[in-house]
Design a protein around this ligand. Structure first.
Ligand code: ADP
Ligand code: MG
Length: 373
């Protein structure tokens, strides 16, 4: 034991007592005393703080992870109260029948951990910079894609319109001079062209919306009449598919809306309902006033939509399990465009399917004067 050379022998014992007492309570060195079986019989304040509570009676090996006999001095990683891990150098002193375990923060290990942390931090900063750079590049590519789609659609729209116009002219004006075969061929050109015109319009709409340039031309209109006009535009489609479309439209109060856009939504929803109906099926288009809010429902007797698919189908270019075979030219844009139009009106567009198939699409528009001032 270290001798206290400058202190008179009479004070030596008192001083050791006081100093020990202080160090035992306030030292940053962890101290445990283990009996011959390795069970803790005493511990200082630091040990109790580190292990979150009394440790007397617990096994030393459970606390520090190593048994005294195994190593006289070793590094240990101790789980602390806050869940962090503290690295200490443990020293075991044999007291003859008992063992004193001392644990001190290991300066070398701490420095190494700090260096590792600094390196990880630098890596993280580099990664963050890289992610920011890639995000910018992606956003730029997204803009380019929208611009390209917009420009291509814009340039295709005019010639498509010209072809449609001339085919109509020939079919209507020079109709009598046509053979049945010619009429059939021109009819096929006409229907392909009008499909192309619809797709081009969807691409243009999407490009405009993605560029954040969707502007509503709001004017007071009766939503019921607007929906009726949209459903009419799907009449020919319904006839060809042998589907009956029933309208049950309550006269509504006029409210500010973009009539041509709401008409487009109605046409999209009714068109989808017809496409997914079996021959002989029925589509019901109903509107109600609930308070000041306007609600439109479009129901069909089709196969329904898997609930797991529902949210996805409102995103551009997403098609469901029933979107394929019969509808080769489907691009999965109608619902996403419809949703963006309804959202811009401050309303909502949702869908639900019954357990036995059939789908109901529900559009809600806020009351006159609400939100879309
Ligand atoms: N009434 C409906 N019944 C069943 N599935 C539907 C219905 N309406 C839409 N869907 C599904 O949602 C998908 C996306 O519809 P939409 O955005 O209009 O694109 P598209 O009609 O071009 O496929 C469709 O491919 C179809 O799977
Ligand atoms: Mg569609």
């Amino acid at each position: 034991m270290t001798a206290l050379r400058r202190v008179p022998p009479s004070l030596d014992a008192v001083l050791r007592d006081v100093a020990f007492d202080h160090l035992w309570r306030s030292s940053s060195v962890l101290a445990l005393v283990l009996d011959a079986q390795g069970v803790v019989i005493d511990a200082n304040a630091r040990a109790e703080a580190l292990f979150d509570g009394p440790v007397v009676g617990r096994r030393g090996v459970d606390l520090v992870g190593v048994a005294g006999a195994a190593a006289r001095s070793t590094l240990a990683h101790l789980g602390t109260r806050g869940g962090a891990v503290e690295t200490v150098r443990l020293t075991f002193r044999d007291l003859g029948g008992a063992t004193l375990v001392l644990g001190e923060a290991d300066a070398g290990e701490l420095a190494r951990v700090e260096r590792d942390l600094a390196a990880m931090h630098a890596d993280l900063q580099n990664l963050t910079r890289e992610v920011v750079r890639k995000n910018r590049a992606l956003a730029r590519l997204g803009e380019l894609k929208s611009r390209f789609v917009g420009m291509a659609a814009h340039d295709l729209r005019k010639p498509t319109g010209v072809i449609l116009g001339y085919v109509d002219l020939v079919l209507d004006g020079a109709g009598a001079a046509l053979s049945d075969d010619q009429r059939r061929l021109l009819g096929a050109i006409r229907s392909s062209c009008s499909f192309m015109a619809r797709v081009i319009d969807d691409f243009l709409d999407l490009a405009v919306i993605e560029a954040g340039q969707l502007t509503l031309h709001l004017a007071p209109s009766d939503p019921g009449s607007v929906v009726r006009a949209g459903a009419r535009r799907a009449e020919e489609h319904a006839r060809r598919a042998d589907v009956t479309v029933s309208l049950d439209l309550e006269p509504g109060t006029a409210r500010r809306l973009d009539a041509s856009k709401i008409e487009q939504v109605a046409m999209n929803l009714v068109g989808n309902a017809i496409e997914h109906s079996p021959p002989g099926g029925r589509v019901v288009v109903a509107s109600r006033l609930e308070g000041a809010a306007f609600t439109l429902t479009v129901s069909d007797e089709g196969p329904g939509i898997d609930p797991d698919d529902l949210a996805r189908l409102f995103r551009p270019f997403e098609r469901g399990a029933h979107g394929g075979v019969a509808r080769v030219g489907s691009f999965g844009l109608g619902l996403s465009i419809s949703k963006m139009i309804i959202d811009a009106h401050g309303g909502s567009l949702d869908a639900a399917s019954g357990a036995h198939g059939g789908t109901v699409f529900v559009v809600r528009l806020p009351g006159a004067g609400e939100r879309i001032a």
